[in-house]
Design a protein around this ligand. Structure first.
Ligand SMILES: NC(=O)c1ccc[n+]([C@@H]2O[C@H](COP(=O)([O-])OP(=O)(O)OC[C@H]3O[C@@H](n4cnc5c(N)ncnc54)[C@H](OP(=O)(O)O)[C@@H]3O)[C@@H](O)[C@H]2O)c1
Length: 285
């Protein structure tokens, strides 16, 4: 019999992580199988959102590792009491109110938080065992990235559980907590920045007369292919970029205009600004 994992707040990100854990491929190694919950309780505030989680689970094939999901609303107290591990996925501004109400049932239960701006130190008000995670929406499709930091009391077994569960969203990277604001910007907000680039490429095609559908297909494949090329070659992006630049050719001409327009520094400064806002989120509480 495995353990119970309670999601306090199971909206966009919570459902992405829940589906990734629920859909994890069948594990045959008994030691790894023990890292998965046998039951997940998803807690939300409204009936409608709870129903959304039920429909999501119904739309999926049965969990390969036999995980059962119960979706509830207004039952945080009971769900945290039943939990062995609590996953916190509410919006940052209601963390204090939500956690205060269930604190008496927390004890030393592992608290895994994905809430932007909430530091490990702040969260230790509810349990001394905290794993702080920053992930992103592609997690829903298994192509997410998760940056993770633990409080010093999180033990080996708990670290193994967090690593096994959270790596299901895609890539799992442990970093010191001091990097979390930067990770919030680069990883959490990152998809929006990449979508802006994708949309711009698409619109460049439309501007020059390529129909919308084909412009989208071209832009998507260019992005996907470029990422794969960097991954598979192991080369620095700058090296690959220069390989595409024929002297006096089209690519260098386009790159020069982009440099004139400050595209690169605009991206760097934009991500940095997102990190500044993430740092302020923590201080508002
Ligand atoms: N979205 C992203 O791209 C992203 C990326 C990285 C990190 N994050 C972090 O992920 C967290 C969640 O963001 P999100 O985008 O998933 O927000 P969301 O879709 O609004 O989900 C939050 C959920 O919390 C539920 N909730 C509200 N009050 C509650 C309560 N008292 N008890 C239990 N559940 C309650 C809401 O349920 P109802 O709908 O029933 O009110 C909602 O389903 C945030 O802290 C954010 O910083 C998000």
């Amino acid at each position: 019999m495995g353990y119970t994992l309670t999601f306090l707040g199971c909206g966009v990100m919570g459902q992405a992580v829940l589906s990734a854990i629920y859909n994890a491929p069948k594990v045959t190694d008994a030691a790894i199988a023990k890292l998965y919950p046998s039951k997940i309780i998803a807690c939300n505030h409204n009936d409608e959102t709870a129903m959304g989680v039920t429909k999501l689970i119904e739309s999926l094939p049965p969990s390969p590792n036999g995980i059962i999901v119960e979706s509830t609303f207004g039952e945080n107290d009971r769900a945290v009491k039943e939990a062995d591990i609590v996953f916190l996925g509410t919006k940052p501004f209601i963390v204090e109110e939500t956690m205060r109400k269930v604190k008496e049932h927390m004890g030393e239960k592992l608290l895994i938080s994905i809430c932007a701006g909430w530091t490990i130190e702040q969260l230790t008000a509810y349990s001394r065992n905290v794993s702080r995670v920053m992930t992103n929406t592609p997690a829903k499709y298994g192509y997410g990235c998760a940056i993770v930091a633990h409080s010093p009391t999180v033990n080996e077994n708990q670290r193994a559980i967090v690593s096994q569960l959270i790596s299901q969203v895609g890539k799992y990277i442990e970093l010191p907590e001091k990097n979390m604001d930067a990770a919030t910007a680069l990883v959490g907000s990152g998809p929006a920045f990449v979508l802006l680039m994708l949309e711009s490429l698409m619109e460049s095609g439309i501007q020059m007369g390529i129909p919308l559908k084909e412009s989208k297909e071209c832009a998507l494949k260019v992005m996907e292919g470029t990422v794969k090329m960097v991954e598979m070659s192991g080369e620095h992006p700058g090296v690959l970029k220069h390989q595409v630049c024929t002297p006096g050719g089209t690519t260098i001409a386009g790159l020069c205009v982009m440099e004139d327009k400050g595209v690169k520094s605009g991206i760097i400064r934009g991500v940095e600004e997102a990190a500044n806002v993430a740092a302020k989120l923590g201080k508002k509480k």
